[in-house]
Design a protein around this ligand. Structure first.
Ligand SMILES: *Cc1c(COP(=O)(O)O)cnc(C)c1O
Length: 350
């Protein structure tokens, strides 16, 4: 059975051997304050920077999940609150978590097929919070929009949830201040590890605010990462697997080009079949890494069942689109023959 769920998702087939290597090397029992850990962590952070094109002056931190970053940001980077614009469940949840911590946070909704404009971003807030890739409905804030937001707000911090696009899409890190995600989506790894990337200005503001109230307060995390370490015992196995997957990873431009090619194949099918339509008809909003396919509830149930019988697990709909969509992960760990099998199935089905 091949899973096309957009998280947790298909892991790289190499994970099996890397797990054995991890066990046999004893890495699972090392101290997170040891030189062995420091070396593993330093190499991993270096690989991430190099292979994902993260600017040299940006800081990369480990978290346990993207959800953790939803809390770290309001705790450690905001005095009053941020302004959230969201079209789906993940963006909405981020807003809710942030508002629990900083009640002055504000939020505006965006339609799935609505283009992000400066009107949505009209705010006095210190930070703009956007879900660059909204996994629940297969929309994205595209690079052109990211450029416009930076140009319109050179002074504000801009934060992007890139959980389901980081390592699958070339992201313009220099055009934002806070980028975060977790590894069970495009990294093709098991869940339990997240990443938080900060611009020099975000680091400066975190140190200025100097929140010291939590184990994951940024000043403490920043102090530890100087030595490639974390404030609590991290997911060392997860970091080891990330290290090995990043050693093999050909680089983000290669992965991005391949996923663009695959996304175009899915779009081609979506725009030319009688049974299904794209949830995201506005092509400039269409995600590169998550394809959302819409039909009536009965058709969705049927196609999921038929796919399953062919060994293909389609991702369920999410949130308010649960019954009337299915989702396809367009993630790098999906092997070419698996993607071809799905495209063949879809072409035959509808
Ligand atoms: C999956 C996902 C999350 C949650 O990730 P966790 O690692 O489970 O916390 C947050 N945002 C987006 C856009 C996601 O796709």
């Amino acid at each position: 059975m091949v899973t096309f769920f957009p998280g947790p998702s298909r892991v790289y087939p190499t994970i099996k051997d890397y797990l054995i290597e991890a066990y046999e090397s004893g890495i699972m029992s090392i101290s997170h304050r040891s030189e062995t850990f420091n070396q593993l962590s330093a190499e991993t952070l270096g690989l991430l920077r190099q292979k994902l094109n993260i600017p040299a002056d940006y800081t990369i931190l480990y978290t346990s999940s993207a959800t953790e970053s939803w809390e770290i940001i309001p705790q450690s980077l905001l005095r009053q609150g941020g302004h959230h614009v969201y079209s789906g469940s993940f963006g909405e949840k981020w807003f809710q978590y942030a508002a629990n911590i900083k009640p002055q946070s504000t939020g505006t909704t965006l339609g799935v097929n609505e283009i992000l404009t400066l009107d949505h971003l009209e705010t006095k807030a210190e930070m703009i919070c956007l879900t660059q890739n909204e996994t629940s409905n297969g929309t994205q804030i595209n690079e052109q929009a990211i450029e416009h937001v930076r140009a319109a707000f050179p002074e504000k911090l801009i934060a992007y949830d890139v959980t389901s696009s980081i390592a699958g899409q070339a992201l313009p890190f220099h055009l934002g201040d806070v980028w975060f995600g977790s590894v069970q989506k495009c990294f093709g790894l098991p869940a339990g590890l997240g990443l938080l990337v900060l611009s020099p200005r975000a680091v400066e503001i975190a140190l200025d605010i100097n929140d010291q109230t939590r184990y994951n307060s940024l000043p403490l995390m920043l102090q530890h990462i100087e030595k490639f370490q974390t404030s609590c015992t991290p997911n060392v196995l997860g970091i080891f697997l990330l290290n090995r997957v990043m050693r093999d990873f050909q680089g983000i431009s290669t992965a991005d080009a391949e996923l663009k090619r695959r996304a175009a194949q899915y779009s081609q099918w979506l725009d030319n079949n009688p049974k299904f339509k794209p949830l995201v008809s506005e092509k400039s909003n269409r995600s590169q890494t998550v394809v959302a396919v819409e039909a009536d509830a009965a058709t969705i149930t049927h196609v999921k069942q038929a796919a399953k019988e062919s060994g293909l697990l389609l991702g369920s709909g999410y949130g308010k689109w649960k019954e009337t969509t299915f989702r396809i992960a367009n993630f790098p760990a999906l092997q070419p023959d698996e993607v071809e099998a799905l495209l063949r199935f879809l072409a035959h089905y509808g």
